[in-house]
Design a protein around this ligand. Structure first.
Ligand code: SF4
Length: 508
């Protein structure tokens, strides 16, 4: 399933063609927006609507070819597709869709023959001038089919020294920009960018430029010194703190190796992956470790993780979905005798999306779902943190924004406060709550009646009405009610006088 802006991209592209524009459009999408999903959906749509279409998907590195081909298989299992790439070791021509590396295919136009549509990923690498491997290959294809159309994809349509990717004699004629980085951050698809001024300063004064960009070898020589690397790594550790994944931009391959080495010296697990890294080292695998009782272990051996431990299976699928890793190794240890069971688990997009949707529904629900079981001795309930709440007290112990009747969970993972008409309540503030907190009716066992106004609730405690909201002589705060509900329900004149005169509160 495509995200809204991914579908919008395809709609805008069709609209561009339908408007009768000649030439080649370039889709500009931020890094991390899921371009390969758009390519897959586009190819599938083209083939299903116009079965005679021949599509060639080009890029320059095998990782992108594999990634795009994999997304195609996910969107369309059984898609009529081939891969042509020497570095992948496949030379499959003749299918309606071919994922190819430009280096491998650029002299093969005659062998390929008629192509209707070429899609180029990272299309800013196509030469601005009418020269180079891409341009020659496209000219050869166009000689066979003059109606050939090219669609480019990039996150960087402007190149220093050349200008926009549509400035002639460039190949592309128009930019289609369906989504901005701001929208992706706002919708939670990208993390908020926070740039910090660094203490370490790198001196690039003697470095020359070529084509508007620093000459890489000179830049690397100026920047890649032990003193610089030590300073930079110290600052990275200081700034990155507890964050789990860091990405370090370096000036070249040697520099990347040196920075990774300094990180490791400081106790940070760091690897440098380049085009030279052997395939086996490059492939990433998710490993998940669990322990089992002897009975559970025997069941796992018999039925496998998906059937025997569906909760572990789903957990792994969600990790893979979030990290874009397509294989996992499930390792289970029998607690009774240390036997080990291993199973390879492949990514299943449909399962991951189904459970994400289920989580989404639960998170956005106004009311609490019913407990899994009404039997307190049910095995899943026995190990649940909410056991006491569901099967005994039915009363929350917490006063924070998430137990407040005025708050609402939002699609973008933030919380809204209706009382203060505020979106995005900061997390630190959510933990403290404010004086207007009203207990959510699903988190207390008492009957709720309408309050004096929309910001006050009335709970029937010990047979008496107790107003809950912003505290005064007659209205009790949530903290007071949870501290001593019985005292709040007494309606004692002396207590109310003390509350009125001294702003006193019940604390226990
Ligand atoms: S009323 Fe106060 S406690 Fe309740 S959601 Fe708003 S800010 Fe949080």
């Amino acid at each position: 399933m495509l995200r809204d802006y991914q579908q919008r991209t395809i709609d805008q592209l069709y609209a561009w063609f339908e408007a009768g524009h000649p030439g080649n459009p370039c889709l500009v999408l931020p890094t991390g927006s899921g371009k390969s999903h758009i390519v897959a959906a586009l190819c599938k749509d083209a083939l299903q609507n116009w079965p005679e279409t021949v599509v060639l998907m080009l890029t320059h590195v095998k990782e992108l070819i594999e990634q795009n081909a994999e997304k195609m298989r996910q969107h369309w299992p059984g898609a009529p597709m081939g891969i042509y790439s020497a570095s992948i070791g496949k030379k499959q021509l003749g299918e309606p869709i071919t994922f190819a590396g430009i280096q491998s295919i650029r002299t093969k136009a005659k062998q390929i023959g008629h192509v209707d549509l070429v899609i180029i990923d990272e299309c800013h690498l196509v030469n601005h001038k009418d020269e180079g491997g891409y341009r020659q290959f496209l000219a050869d294809l166009k000689a066979i089919n003059p109606a050939l159309r090219v669609i480019g994809l990039t996150a960087t349509p402007y190149r220093l020294g050349h200008g926009l990717i549509t400035d002639k004699p460039a190949l592309f004629d128009d930019l289609i920009e369906p989504v901005s980085i701001e929208e992706l951050i706002f919708k939670g698809y990208l993390a908020t960018l926070r740039s910090k001024i660094t203490k370490a300063k790198l001196d690039t004064s003697g470095v020359h430029k070529r084509g508007g960009e620093f000459i890489e070898s000179e830049l690397q020589a100026a920047v890649d010194t032990d003193d610089n690397n030590q300073k930079v790594v110290s600052e990275i550790i200081e700034l990155a703190g507890e964050r789990k994944a860091w990405l370090v931009f370096c000036t070249g391959v040697k520099h990347a190796h040196h920075v990774a080495e300094v990180l490791r010296q400081r106790g940070v697990a760091a690897e440098c992956v380049t085009g030279e890294t052997p395939k086996k080292e490059r492939e990433r695998l998710l490993a998940e470790f669990k322990t089992h009782s002897a009975k559970s272990f025997a069941d796992l051996e018999k039925h496998g993780v998906e059937k025997s431990k569906p909760e572990h299976f789903v957990q792994i699928q969600l990790y893979m979905h979030g990290t874009d890793i397509d294989r996992a190794l499930y390792v289970a240890v029998c607690k009774d005798d240390d036997r080990i069971y291993t199973e390879r688990v492949k990514y299943d997009q449909a399962v991951a999306e189904k459970f994400i949707e289920r989580g989404r529904r639960l998170a956005l629900e106004d009311r609490m779902p019913p407990p899994i079981s009404t039997d307190p001795s049910w095995y899943q309930c026995k190990f649940c943190d909410a056991h006491e709440f569901c099967h005994s007290t039915k009363t929350t112990k917490h006063v924070n924004c998430r137990t407040c009747a005025h708050s609402t969970a939002k699609e973008d993972s933030t919380w809204r406060c209706e009382r203060h008409e505020a979106d995005g309540i900061p997390v630190e503030f959510q933990r403290q709550a404010c004086d207007s907190h009203v207990l959510h009716p699903d988190l207390v066992p008492w009957e709720r009646k309408d309050g004096l106004d929309q910001w006050t609730a009335v709970y029937v405690i010990e047979g008496r009405d107790v107003a809950n909201g912003e505290g005064d002589a007659h209205v009790y705060t949530s903290k007071e009610i949870l501290a001593n509900p019985k005292m709040c329900s007494l309606g004692d004149k002396l207590v109310e006088e003390l509350r009125e005169t001294f702003d006193a509160r019940i604390v226990g």
